[in-house]
Ligand binder design. Structure first.
Ligand SMILES: O=C(O)CCC(=O)C(=O)O
Length: 271
């Protein structure tokens, strides 16, 4: 379980780092599955943009351990502490970055959305080689929207940025550098602005996305808009797919069955 201090950090800063969270078995298995899926991704698509990013979802049989983290209580219990009991797991993704930067962006600016992401880097990182940078407090207004006033030099998938040739480059923006050892796990709010700088070849990141099940019409709208956002990003990254292997739920996991029903209801999964 998260401590009171960890919950407070997440609430106030918009992120928290859990140190030494993974076992060596986790790290070895995640890397082995990553190797096999990376080969498929390299054969399927080009690395996108200056990020030189490959991005796929872990719902095929050869990444089943990675996907199973979504359901493991050591992750899920924490999500429930932060978002409430009724949550939905939306994706388990892997990223290989070979660019030296990721532009500043939040995962969403969609109003009435409540969601978070786990970030698992499969190597130790600091400010010199691509650790995630976050702007503390940018998950909340007014900072979240105020940040859009800053002219930025680089942009990729997020439309809400003020892109200008002479804007700030990633490393010129004041931020917290979330240095990690392999085995640490980050949790960050989907509204938090983040980026990275200094990365090398094949910098590996596994992410897991969860959101609070919508309770009001406004929240339902925001979830539907997220479906549209997901479809747009899939145009760039065609391997962001919920494979039938995961949807078939062979072990009849009750949490997964509930998530799939909600994902289907809002249109994340077609018929
Ligand atoms: O590590 C990076 O370069 C960026 C990761 C990121 O933007 C994300 O997971 O949303």
């Amino acid at each position: 379980m998260l401590t009171e201090l960890e919950i407070t950090q997440y609430e106030v800063f918009g992120f928290v780092v859990l140190r030494g969270f993974l076992t060596q078995h986790d790290i070895d298995t995640l890397n082995a599955e990553f190797d096999s899926a990376l080969e498929r991704a390299e054969a399927t698509m080009e690395r996108a943009s200056f990020r030189k990013q490959l991005n796929w979802w872990n719902f095929k049989p050869d990444t089943s351990y990675t996907a199973s983290l979504l359901e493991q209580p050591r992750f899920l219990d924490k999500v429930k502490q932060l978002l409430g009991e009724d949550v939905v797991a939306s994706f388990s993704a892997s990223n290989s970055f070979s660019g030296d930067r990721t532009d500043w962006h939040p995962d969403t600016s969609q109003k009435n959305w409540r969601g978070l992401k786990f970030g698992i880097y499969l190597q130790s990182l600091d400010g010199t080689n691509g650790a995630l940078r976050l702007i503390p407090g940018s998950h909340r207004e007014p900072m979240h929207s105020e940040f859009k006033r800053i002219p930025l030099k680089e942009g990729f998938a997020h439309s809400g940025t003020n892109l200008q040739e002479d804007g700030l480059s990633v490393d010129q923006v004041p931020s917290h550098i979330a240095a990690v050892e392999c085995g640490d796990v980050l949790i960050f709010d989907n509204y938090a602005w983040h980026g990275s700088y200094g990365g090398g070849e094949d910098r590996r990141l596994i992410t897991m996305g969860y959101f609070a099940a919508p309770k009001t019409p406004e929240q339902e709208d925001s979830v539907r808009q997220q479906v549209e956002a997901e479809a747009k990003i899939r145009d760039v990254f065609p391997l962001l797919v919920r494979d039938p292997f995961w949807l078939n739920n062979p072990d009849s996991n009750p949490e997964r069955a509930k998530w799939i029903a909600t994902l289907r209801k809002y249109g994340f999964i077609g018929d």
